[in-house]
Design a protein around this ligand. Sequence first.
Ligand SMILES: [Zn+2]
Length: 185
Amino acid sequence: MKQQEPAIRPLLPFARPVARLLSAVFLSTCTILGAPMKETDDHPEKLSKEKVAAADWSERLTPEQYRILREAGTEAPGGQVYQQFKAQASGTYYCAGCGAELFHAEQKFDARCGWPSFWNPSEIDAIKTREDTSLGMVRTEVLCAHCDGHLGHLFKGEGFDTPTDKRYCINGTVLVFVPDDDPKS
Ligand SMILES: [Zn+2]
């Protein structure tokens, strides 16, 4: 009869549930917390084209912002950024990379997709688009026109009740929100 190893055997029944629990805690923490969207009363400085060209993005951005803006990454949907976005009232959204104005709160809507959504940029030349064939799909990538940072994707014709029937699906991690001044003050 084959001998069992008594020191390891009692631990084995616990190994899988513990690993499962740890990975569940890790994943849910990442999804719930995410990386917050920067909110500030100060309008961010818009970098000159020369400063954009010379920028050390790894120095200027958080690792998550770098992954999204410079490596075309995507934030986890439905996380802290999305909750912030839903709670934000009137204001303006700027690029976290270069400080360019990108979107206004008047153009946002809740697409219930887990990512901040807008039906138009604040100015049409604030963003630029290009075809993205990654992940075996043909999508329209949305980039900041000033620093070429990846912002998200553009979807059209989804039937949302918005003026353009477009959805600019944007990673909130790479936006900076500046609320409008209180009109009463
Ligand atoms: Zn930018």
